[in-house]
Structures are given as structure tokens and as C-alpha cells.
Design a protein around this ligand. Structure first.
Ligand code: ADP
Length: 625
């Protein structure tokens, strides 16, 4: 018998649900974050932004500057000089990424203080000191001329993809240095407001889509020039101090001042382009991202989960409704969609995780395909064995037909060949008549059963008494029972009106009765009990026979199924009987109940409703496939 659709669907749904759950769970692990990050870098390199004219410039404390100042000792003197040069070209903002927390040479500090006094939109850095966390600010003499103080911490991951736009120490929150530089260059120092909402920051007409929870800005790094040089221009501090004309390059720009010397730069980080970058340039790049409005937005968890679910459901549909190469082709399309989705999202400035959708697609496609493959194989195996059993049954039936045929043949031959007396002739004619009737009955029953299982025949709906059915069956089964010296004992026999097909009901009861006799040892008792309770009748046939275990009990109503013990008992059978009994009982509005213990016996009970006459109804398809 074919696999029940209900079971197939439930198992199939389980496979899909597990695929989805596994993909979502895996998507939250640190490993997934690493894979998603690498995929992000890869897409970054594949789809770099269109280059634009940078609005920022770096005033670099490079090797040459450090040689000039003797390391950091006289840096403030040089810085003061450079700042003074910048004042005249009115930069948009000047953000300093140089530590100014300690006192140095008083004359140099005074010079720097004077330079800062005239610097427009000055942003100074403050360092976050951990445990207990606090801010280390520039000296008050510098700070008082700063339009803002910003934090200078970039993403601590091995690859710097984001900049956290605010950091908190105690109750003191600081915006990022680059954000402050951007604010001042857009709004100026007077209107100091950054408007916050749960999902964005608003600065003038620019909306920065960062959530209040993590405030992580994805830095849209400008692609390096072919030789690997940065697109953000840089001018050495010492060169600026030597050549006043270089100051022109800073006009109207946001200036980021910081160390770029390889020997000094303590904060070199890796970018998605797989290049190291100094902290000051990372701030400048973040500024460019904001100034150019090139924002990425991470896809919400709900969107990701929805997409993964859609992929899983699609895989489910594909392998449920299609088979063979169309199914595999559509499965491959789904995999391609899952792989392409993060790329397509990236081109629309949305960051979509890579692992979760790809895993959801692979697991559900492979899971669904494998499930269907095994189910189909199993069904094929089932139908093969059904066919074999069916052939066996046909063989059995034809074998059964042989005995009446032989009798008819023999009798008719004798009648033709010998001169028999009237008495003998009459006897022979009677034998031919009864044997051909038996043959006709056998053929009729076989055809009825076939039609019934095919759902072609109609069930009659006529009233009859159960008692009569049982009595008829007992009479027919008596010779069988006697052969094994089995007693057929009727314990209770309530009168109970039924409506339906009396002949089919007789077939069903007779089948249960002969089974009880067949599968019991000689000299035992088979008990029949018919108890009417209100609207329900329970007709039980109890034997002390070979019995069955739980696994066998689950299968006995399947067509052509026979237990091992039955096969080896020496009793002939086809394994069709019970499947038909169940269908007959169901078509009379009832059900079958069976209890059994191996080696002890079985109890088959028909539970039937009290009959009311209804119109005959066509029998629906009886066998599930
Ligand atoms: P069969 O022609 O083999 O008797 P059935 O469909 O009537 O076919 O029964 C199916 C199988 O259920 C039997 O082959 C036997 O293994 C088992 N069975 C049925 N009735 C009994 C019983 N009373 N005791 C033990 N096994 C039974």
C-alpha cells in the first residue's frame, strides 16, 4: 500500500521546519558573523562606490614631520605653525586626532593654544579609558577653544567596517570625531543640534540611518587608487610649514590631523579592501560617507527571517509539486536566488547576511529533495511488492477455482462416456449444477471485492438484522471449525437492526470468523459476542490463537499483508480479507478495533452504528495511494 499522504506531509514539513530553524540558529553564531563579514568585504571589493571628489583632507604627521620634530617632543610647536597657516584658508572644520591630554613645553603649549583660538570649527579628541570607564579630555586650555570634543574609537574587529557614532563613559556621551566634524561643517558651531530618533540621526538635511541601540555607521570606504594610494589627499605637516602655498589645498575642506607615520601610527586597522589604514584616515573616510550620503542599512531581522522562510517554503513547494529534472532545476534556481540576494541587496545599499539565507536554501532544497527521493523509492518498492502479492492472490484464486472445475469436468466426462443409470445421471447433474454455482459465487465475490476496492460499486442500503448475518456465518464456518475441533461459542447475541449491504456484512463477519479458526490451534474456543449499547453495536470475535505483536497489528489492515506466523502456519491466505473488512465496516459508518497478544490470542471488534435507512451512495475511492 502506498504511503499515507498525511504522514508524508507531516514528515516533509518537519524536514523543512528543521532546515529553517537550523539556518536561523546558525545565522546567529559567531562563525556566521565571521562568514557574513568576509562576504561583505568580498561584495565591497566587487561593488566599490563610484568615486567622488573628497571633501576632506588629511594633515599628516608623517615620517618627515616626526624627523623634523624629533619624535613627538616638539610636535605641538609644528602643529601650532600648521594651524596658523590653515586659519587663513578657512577650512570647514579641523578635527585633531592627536593626544593633547598632557602638558608639554609651556611655550609650545601657548603657541598651540593661540593657534586653536583662531581655528574655525575645531574638534578635539577625547580618549575612552576603561575600568572605571571615563573620558580623558584635552587640557582645558585647548579644550576651551574646541567647538566640540569627539571620541576617536573605531570598530575593534580585525577588519574595520563600522564606526560607532557615539560612546558613553559613565553618564557622559561623546559623538564620534568625524560626526562632530561633519555637524560643524554642515551646521556651524551655533546650531549644535543632532536630532536623534530610534532609527536615524538627522544633521541638517542629512539622515544617517543608524539605530539608537548600536549607532554603528557602515563606513563606505572610497576605493584606493590603482597603485594602492588613498583617494583622500594628504599633506605633510612639515611640508605645509615649509611651503605656505600648500595651505590653499585646505580651503573649504574638512581637515583631519593625525599621525600617518608607520613608526608611530598605533591605530592602523584593516579595511574591507584588505589594506591597512591609519586611524585619522578612517575618521576622514567616515566623514566622506556622511558628507556624500552613501549609507548602508542592515536588513532587519524580520526581513532576513521572512526571506529565509520564503526560500524554505518555495523549496517545499518545488519538491512537492515537481519531480525529476524540473524539480532539480527549480531547486538550483532557488539556490542561485539565495546566493544572489546579498549581492542584489548590497547594490541597493542594504546589508543582507550571507550565511542564513544560503544555509536555509541548501538545507531545505537538499532536505526536501532527499525526503522526496526516499519516499518515491519507498512507494515504488511498496507498489512492486503489492504487485507481487496481487499476482500471488490471483494465483491462489485460480487455484481455488480448479477444484470445482475439475469436478464439473469429471462429471460431464463420465456422463458423456458411460451409460449411467438415471439415478447416477441425476446425481452427476446435481453435482455439476452445485459446483458451477459455487464457481459463479467465487467469481462474483472476487469481482465484488475488486469493484469495491476500486470504488466503482455502490453499497446497498437495506435494513437487516445482525443476528441473521451471524447465524449464516456460523453455519458456513462450522465445517471448518469441526475439522480443527474448534468450538464456536456464542456468548451473547443482542438483536440489533443495521442498514447497509447484508452480503458485504456477511463477507466481513465470515472473514473474521474464518481467520479466528485459521489462526488458532486445534481444540480451542472461538467466542462470538454481539452487544448493543444505545446507538452502537460491538461485535467481537475472540480466539486463543497465534496472536500478533504491536508492529503486526499496525499493518494487518494493509492489502496483501500477512504476518510471518500466519505465513508459516500452513493456513492459506491472501492478506486481502482484512483490508476489505475494514472498508466494509467504514462504509457502514463504523470502525474496527483489534487487541492481540502473541501466542495468546486476538480480539477483533466491529463497532457499528444503529441503522437508519438512507439512499444508496456511491462508494468513494477506498484505497489511499
Ligand atoms: P489472510 O487471507 O492472510 O487471512 P487477512 O487480510 O484476512 O488475510 O488477514 C491478514 C493477516 O492478519 C493474516 O495473514 C494474519 O497474519 C493476520 N490475522 C488476521 N486475523 C488473525 C487472527 N485472528 N489471529 C492472528 N492473526 C490474524
Amino acid at each position: 500500500m502506498a504511503q499515507r499522504p498525511g504522514r508524508v506531509t507531516l514528515g516533509y514539513l518537519c524536514v523543512l521546519a528543521v532546515s529553517f530553524a537550523a539556518a536561523m540558529t546558525a545565522g546567529w553564531t559567531p562563525l556566521a558573523r565571521g562568514i557574513d563579514g568576509s562576504a561583505y568585504d568580498w561584495m565591497f571589493q566587487l561593488q566599490p562606490p563610484q568615486p567622488w571628489e573628497p571633501g576632506s583632507i588629511i594633515l599628516a604627521i608623517d615620517e618627515a614631520t616626526l624627523t623634523q620634530t624629533g619624535g613627538t617632543r616638539h610636535l605641538r610647536r609644528e602643529l601650532a605653525k600648521g594651524m596658523k597657516r590653515l586659519i587663513s584658508v578657512r577650512p570647514k572644520a579641523v578635527a585633531i586626532d592627536v593626544i593633547l591630554t598632557d602638558e608639554a613645553d609651556p611655550a609650545e603649549d601657548t603657541a598651540l593654544e593661540t593657534a586653536f583660538r583662531g581655528t574655525p570649527n575645531l574638534v578635539l579628541p577625547s580618549d575612552l579609558i576603561p575600568s572605571p570607564s571615563r573620558w580623558e579630555d584635552p587640557l582645558p586650555r585647548f579644550r576651551k577653544y574646541a567647538a566640540a570634543v569627539g571620541h576617536v574609537h573605531a570598530d575593534p574587529d580585525p577588519i574595520c567596517r563600522t564606526l560607532v557614532l557615539y560612546k558613553v563613559a559613565g553618564h557622559d556621551r561623546r559623538w564620534a570625531l568625524s560626526l562632530e566634524a561633519f555637524r560643524l561643517s554642515v551646521l556651524g558651531p551655533e546650531s549644535a543640534l543632532i536630532v536623534e530618533s530610534p532609527k536615524a540621526l538627522q544633521i541638517g538635511s542629512t539622515t544617517i540611518p543608524v539605530s539608537r541601540a548600536d549607532a554603528a555607521l557602515q563606513i563606505r570606504y572610497l576605493q584606493p587608487l590603482p597603485g594602492g594610494a588613498s583617494r583622500i589627499p594628504a599633506v605633510s605637516l612639515t611640508q605645509l610649514n615649509q611651503d605656505a602655498s600648500l595651505a590653499e589645498r585646505f580651503r573649504g575642506k574638512a581637515v583631519f590631523v593625525g599621525e600617518t607615520a608607520l613608526s608611530q601610527a598605533r591605530d592602523r586597522l584593516m579595511t574591507p579592501y584588505q589594506q591597512t589604514m591609519t586611524g585619522v584616515e578612517i575618521h576622514a573616510q567616515a566623514y566622506e560617507t556622511m558628507a556624500h550620503g552613501q549609507f548602508f542599512q542592515p536588513a532587519s531581522n524580520l526581513t532576513v527571517a521572512g526571506f529565509c522562510l520564503a526560500i524554505t517554503i518555495a523549496a517545499g513547494f518545488v519538491f512537492f509539486y515537481f519531480t525529476g529534472w524540473p524539480a532539480y532545476l527549480l531547486g538550483a534556481v532557488l539556490l542561485a536566488v539565495a546566493h544572489a540576494a546579498p549581492h542584489i541587496a548590497f547594490s541597493r545599499n542594504v546589508i543582507f547576511p550571507y550565511l542564513a539565507p544560503v544555509l536555509a536554501a541548501w538545507l531545505s532544497v537538499v532536505g526536501a529533495a532527499a525526503w522526496m527521493y526516499f519516499v518515491v523509492r519507498r512507494q515504488l518498492y511498496q507498489s512492486e511488492s503489492d504487485k507481487a502479492r496481487y499476482q500471488q492472490a490471483i494465483h491462489f484464486v485460480t487455484h481455488e477455482m480448479r477444484s470445482p472445475l475439475t469436478a464439473i469436468q469429471g462429471s460431464s466426462e463420465m456422463m458423456g462416456r458411460y451409460n449411467l443409470n438415471d439415478e447416477k445421471r441425476k446425481q452427476m447433474a446435481q453435482m455439476i449444477n452445485s459446483e458451477s454455482k459455487r464457481l459463479a459465487r467465487m467469481i462474483q465475490t472476487f469481482l465484488d471485492i475488486e469493484r469495491l476496492t476500486d470504488g466503482q460499486s455502490e453499497i446497498r442500503a437495506e435494513p437487516f438484522e445482525l443476528q441473521q448475518v451471524i447465524e449464516a456465518c456460523l453455519q458456513r464456518a462450522q465445517p471448518l471449525a469441526e475439522r480443527k475441533q474448534i468450538e464456536l461459542r456464542v456468548e451473547e447475541l443482542d438483536t440489533f437492526p443495521l442498514v447497509g449491504d447484508r452480503e458485504l456484512m456477511e463477507y466481513a463477519v465470515y472473514n473474521l470468523l474464518t481467520n479466528a479458526i485459521k489462526y488458532s490451534p486445534p481444540e480451542t474456543i472461538v467466542t462470538i459476542r454481539a452487544l448493543g449499547h444505545g446507538q452502537t453495536l460491538r461485535l467481537s470475535i475472540v480466539d486463543n490463537g497465534i496472536g500478533m505483536d504491536d508492529k503486526e497489528l499496525r499493518n494487518i489492515f494493509k492489502k496483501f499483508y500477512r504476518t510471518k506466523k500466519a505465513e508459516t502456519s500452513g493456513e492459506v491466505g491472501t492478506g486481502i480479507g482484512l483490508s476489505i473488512v475494514e472498508q466494509i465496516v467504514q462504509h457502514h459508518g463504523g470502525r474496527m478495533e483489534v487487541t492481540s497478544t502473541p501466542g495468546k490470542g486476538s480480539c477483533f471488534t466491529m463497532v457499528l452504528p444503529r441503522g437508519t435507512v438512507t439512499q444508496p451512495a456511491p462508494v468513494p475511492k477506498l484505497v489511499s495511494n
